[in-house]
Design a protein around this ligand. Structure first.
Ligand SMILES: *Cc1c(COP(=O)(O)O)cnc(C)c1O
Length: 357
């Protein structure tokens, strides 16, 4: 039996929660691109979730994670990411808002050069987080370095706990059942906004990394029995095991809400052809998509996440994988600070300058 929006909302409302963002986030029609592509194209502005200009999708998850941390009486919050992690920056921001102490372990995917620190890592410094940079050892993969970071953080947590301090650990991306509930909530909000316009979504596109966003969206969709196609665009290389991970996380969300429905691996869809050449490495197709979105709508996407995912929307619309006349929503997950990061992450946006003497 399918759930109703009201019954899911009532279940979500029972969970520990801290308001951190500004919700509902706006939904807008992209008029120029709708006309150009022959589809009804809307954008859900999760990048406007606020606190500062640098919002993003992690705030939804953090509302539930921080709710849990506060309920447990935490003093320190530990989390993980790459050096330019949006999730880490948004976690540090939430800690400051709630009076908690942020400790972050960041894997040095892009080299950190003292004196030239930018973007999220600069914001982490301004916000005064305790920042650990985990160097990558020769021959080590990013995953190996991430695991070493987790071990070091857990050792630090153990000694803090032994001294009587309560610590709360949030996984990279806030992607567990607790955090991912935030995107079940987001799905309901978006569906209501569309319904108020008399529309239902044929397609919902978004960038996927740790799969928490994808899991929450798919959990709510399944519980409601909707037929919307959720296309989750990978931002890094993933094997098919990723589908099991996403379905498992979605089921964790459903269980947490006491909903019996199950998300199967066949229910979730990931698009793996737009992340190349790799995580935090720019691509021509994403660069073009970012420029195109900026120059038709005045909206900025980032080179690591939303630019790569938006490139998929453009490609699908142009080659007909999205039929003409379809109603399509792009969930803008934020991340614009990456435009101010190291050049090797940003890519080539060179544009003629008219130099006047
Ligand atoms: C983290 C992030 C994503 C991916 O969300 P997941 O829940 O980790 O899959 C997408 N876009 C931006 C800007 C992000 O920071």
């Amino acid at each position: 039996m399918s759930e109703s929006v009201e019954s899911i909302r009532a279940k979500i409302a029972e969970l520990p929660h801290c308001p951190l963002g500004f919700y509902p986030t706006p939904l807008e029609r992209l008029n120029h691109l709708s006309e150009e592509l022959g589809i009804e194209l809307y954008m859900k502005r999760e990048d406007f979730s606020g606190r500062s200009l640098f919002g993003g999708n992690k705030i939804r998850k953090l509302e539930y994670l921080m709710g849990d941390a506060m309920a447990q009486g935490a003093e320190y919050v530990f989390t993980f990411g790459a050096t330019q992690s949006n999730h880490a920056m948004e976690t540090v921001t939430a800690c400051r808002q709630l009076g908690l102490k942020p400790v972050i372990y960041l894997t040095e995917v892009v080299p950190v050069i003292e004196g030239e620190i930018r973007a999220n890592l600069l914001l982490d410094q301004i916000l005064g987080a305790e920042i650990h940079i985990v160097k990558m050892h020769p021959g080590e993969t990013e995953d190996d370095a991430d695991l070493r970071g987790i071990e070091m953080a857990r050792a630090q947590m153990a000694s803090l706990e032994a001294a009587g301090h309560k610590c709360y650990e949030i996984p990279a991306g806030g992607a567990n059942a607790i955090g991912s509930v935030g995107f079940a909530d987001s799905y309901l909000e978006l569906r209501d906004q569309m319904a108020a316009l008399g529309l239902t979504m044929d397609y919902l596109f978004h960038a996927t990394g740790t799969a928490g966003t994808m899991a929450g969206l798919n959990a709510a969709k399944k519980a409601l029995g909707d037929s919307t196609k959720i296309i989750s665009v990978n931002v890094s290389e993933k094997t098919d095991a990723y589908l099991d991970l996403a379905a498992g996380l979605a089921n964790g969300v459903l269980e947490r809400l006491g909903i019996e429905e199950k998300v199967l691996r066949e229910d979730v869809c990931r698009e793996g052809n737009f992340y190349q050449p790799g995580y935090e490495i720019p691509s021509d197709v994403a660069t073009q998509a970012i420029r195109h979105l900026a120059q038709t709508e005045g909206i900025l996407a980032d080179p690591v996440y939303s630019g790569k995912a938006f490139a998929a929307v453009l490609a699908y619309a142009v080659d007909g994988r999205i039929p003409k006349g379809s109603t399509v929503v792009f969930l803008h997950t934020g991340g614009a600070t990456a435009l101010f990061a190291e050049n090797e992450m940003v890519g080539d946006f060179s544009h003629p300058l008219i130099v006047e003497e």
